[in-house]
Design a protein around this ligand. Structure first.
Ligand code: MEV
Length: 294
């Protein structure tokens, strides 16, 4: 096993529509975050044994992740895993628990680092490996966060269909706003599951509404990118409003997030929704003027 000098950068992610319903077969629309990301660098040092982890985040979680790979590599593959010797530096600007893919970014970057020594040959193998790593953080995930961070471009994603590039480069102006609240994805997924047990018919309708919001989001992004800005924005507004309604129905919009949404709408946001699992985290707002290249 050869641990060479290595570095990579990956973006955070945000979700325009489809959260939660994606876990039950709906398509979702996800995009790389335009500003936030994670950098991983490994500097080998064969003169000393052991791995030094230099991370402003949770070094223990990184070490635990590497240990878990070492163990499963031995068990599943029957092959020995030689621990890297050197310094691993991880710098991330993605806030933890804010729905912007902090753990998925770490898992994609770690997978890219492991790809050569573990011979993870193609994108599919690497995607599966990164998704397995991410399960250690969230329990079962759809794989959407890993897919969009790996792709580094706007995608539609379905659990059976996998990721599909939307091929869009021009986006309208979206901004991100911190509710100041943090929530675990697994806890939010559990709350939606509980709601489904208590109100199965309503829950089914909400999943359908979220799937429809995704369809509108896709059409809106594609229309905007083609230059049909009015129609694109109109569809995006409908999509985001409908998706946000789903979060309200699941009771995943806490009071502070509602107040922030109200403020943003008062300041002229055309639409505003939670992005990610909900329960707090970030709101994304859509504005009338300006656009940004993805
Ligand atoms: C998290 O970004 C989105 C969820 O749908 C979970 C998942 O897709 O794994 C809530």
């Amino acid at each position: 096993m050869n641990w060479e000098r290595f570095s990579c950068s990956v973006p955070g992610k945000w979700v325009l529509a489809g959260e939660h319903a994606v876990l039950r077969g709906a398509s979702a629309v996800a995009l790389p975050h335009p500003e936030l990301g994670l950098k991983l660098r490994f500097e080998p040092d064969r003169s000393r044994s052991g791995l030094r982890i230099d991370s402003a985040g949770d070094s223990a979680a990184v070490r635990e992740l590497i240990e878990s790979v070492r163990e499963s590599w031995g068990e599943e593959q029957g092959r020995s895993f030689e621990m890297p010797s050197g310094t691993l530096t991880i710098q991330s600007t993605i806030p933890i628990g804010a729905g912007l893919g902090s753990s998925a970014a770490l898992c994609v970057a770690m997978t890219r680092w492991f790809a050569e020594p573990l011979r993870l040959l193609d994108a599919r193998e690497q995607g599966e490996f990164a998704t397995r790593l991410e399960h250690r953080f969230h329990g079962r995930s759809s794989g959407m966060d890993i897919a969009v961070i790996s792709a580094g471009e706007p995608i539609s994603f379905g659990m059976t269909l996998g990721p599909k590039s939307l091929g869009v480069r021009r986006l309208p102006r979206f901004t991100f706003h911190d509710t100041g609240l943090r929530a675990r994805t697994s806890e939010c997924v559990y709350r939606v599951e509980k709601f489904r047990e208590e109100e199965p018919t309503a829950a089914m309708r909400i999943d359908e509404a979220m799937a429809e919001a995704s369809r509108l989001a896709m059409e809106g992004l594609i229309a905007y990118d083609r230059g049909d800005r009015g129609q694109g924005v109109e569809k995006l507004v409908r999509s985001m409003n409908q998706a946000q309604e789903c979060f309200y129905s699941w009771r995943l919009v806490p009071g502070d997030a509602q107040r922030l949404e109200y403020e943003l709408r008062k300041r002229g946001a055309l639409a505003c929704k939670i992005t990610g699992a909900g329960g707090g985290g970030m709101l994304v707002a859509l504005w009338k003027h300006g656009n940004s290249d993805s």
